[in-house]
Design a protein around this ligand. Sequence first.
Ligand code: WT7
Length: 655
Amino acid sequence: MGPPVEPAGIESFYLEDRTIEPSSGFRERALISDPGVYDRAEADWEGFWAVQATELLDWFDPWDTILEWKLPFVRWFVGGTLNVSHNCLDRHVAAGRGDRVAFHWEGEPGDTRTITYAELLDEVERFSNVLESLGVTRGDRVAIYMPMIPELPVAMLACTRIGAVHSVVFGGFSSDALRDRIVDGQAKVLVTADGGWRKGAAVPLKANADAALGDTPSIDHVVVVRRTEADVDMRPGRDRWWQELMEGAEPHRAPEPMASEDLLYLLYTSGTTARPKGIMHTTGGYLTQVAFTHKYVFDLRPEEDVYWCAADIGWVTGHSYIMYGPLANGATGVLYEGSPDFPSRDRWWAIVEKYGVSILYTAPTAVRTFMKWGTEEPAKHDLSSLRLLGSVGEPINPEAWMWYFEHIGGGRCPVVDTWWQTETGAIMISPLPGVTTLKPGSATRPLPGVAAEVVDDAGSKVSEGGGYVTLTRPWPSMLRGIYGDPERYRDTYWSRFEGRYFAGDGARIDEDGYFWFMGRVDDVMNVSGHRVSTTEVESALVDHPSVAEAAVVGAKDATTGQAIIAYVTLRAGYQPSDEHGQSLRRHCATRIGPIARPKTIVFTDDLPKTRSGKIMRRLLRDVAEGRDLGDTTTLADPAVVEEIRARAQSAPPED
Ligand code: WT7
């Protein structure tokens, strides 16, 4: 078990006492403005979710039982059948909304495409047939490793149409990370692209994929989208061009009726060990909760709003709030391929102005980056179309919240700070913008139908004060397990506190029952809103021939939330140097992806250990964050820490 919730970093939260009421104008037009919704949902929470499933989705067959549960295993809407692509596409087109824009797509170089619901359906039907022609059938896994181009939603929706399970691997991951995920999921087909644009350069996705494919015997075929026109190797018999396959594809394919509990997708996330977990999400419950939360948390008016979730589809935020929630609700979204500073630092604000974005959903790390770039960047554009702002991925500090509220939202847009996880599938704790009094820095309260409590070490509820975040009963979009590893599922989430889901986060509950998240309490770092396991980075480091031992900690960072600090001891014959530090940082990026590149490498002759040989990460965190050391009495050799502290101060800066 990780260290107890530490008080560090929470001081500014305690001082935070600003409150912001929904404006009367916002409240009057809001989809939900009656606070009674919480009590009504609580009185019959299963019934509440059943109403959402009925109102928000189209079912081929109704369910017999709303919920069957024997924790940690649950089944929602048992007996019901539906299809995700039918809910996201066909029913909107059938209702005469085929001409509505599903996505305003913008490539990083400035090329654009407007994709209506009817066009998206057409491509999804064709690609469904392509997948089937490559031998993919119901239940098979399809790996997807793509840039943010329109073919990515097409590939995902086509999987859901034929009942195949997608496993999207973020395009920023390395070939090793891709290989591990393909192997774990035993994917039959990989969909990728020649490359994607990022900061003006082509990211070589197909070349990365080729490096992974040497060790992935389950893959029969690779479909490659032409995007950057980079030269790529196409292996005869295995590799096929997307464009050629689509030209020859049959235009129609009916949506496959799927059971509510059929596997919809796998998405890998970091935990406390080096091995990523294949989080399993199923069909009916997942779609119900993503549609519900997308509609009411963002107060969506699909006929008027232009909604932009500026995440990458490769993360769960993109799955739930670029793809499935918005499309199920018939929303018009923006899809942007590239980075926020290409060609200049006002790119996002140019996009907001150009498409008239009314709802913007992003991460605190982006907000803090924009703060650093200065208010003159957003000020270059007319942002008056915005009416609601969202935040996700990590705690948003009150200063960043206020900056977002004032400089992006012009002081008129509610900011919804939404807490959830890959495992929860959908938003759990968040304001309802027409109801909730906002407090900058707080995700406020569990949504209607959701039950969360903070508990102490012994598992007793804390009504006011700090502790561990738990969820006290099943929710429709909850993970159904870890692919191939039911024991790890039970151990990770359900063994810490009897009958409760353990989220791995610490939080403080204030006098109004508001949640103030304080970050992870286990050995998982949160870098720019993405979870990275300390162990995963450590194993990448010790995999380098020069490294004898490594300890990795997350230290508070003004922009990325946490930064990765690695303490490394070298094998005999290797000398510490700035260049060597850089090569180890590059090594981590190669093994896992740029997100896992340590900000700083501190070379040391020894690591602080207890007498039983456990590395004392708490001390390393204290050093990394420049704090006075706490209790060092269990340390085998207290002098080690002083040496590390001296070295840390002279560590080379990042590039
Ligand atoms: C972890 C989950 C949820 C999609 C993106 C990240 C942290 C997420 C918040 C928030 C405070 C947050 C938690 C959580 N987190 N949103 N609004 N306030 N912390 O998904 O990679 O599964 O990470 O992100 O620590 O456990 P993920």
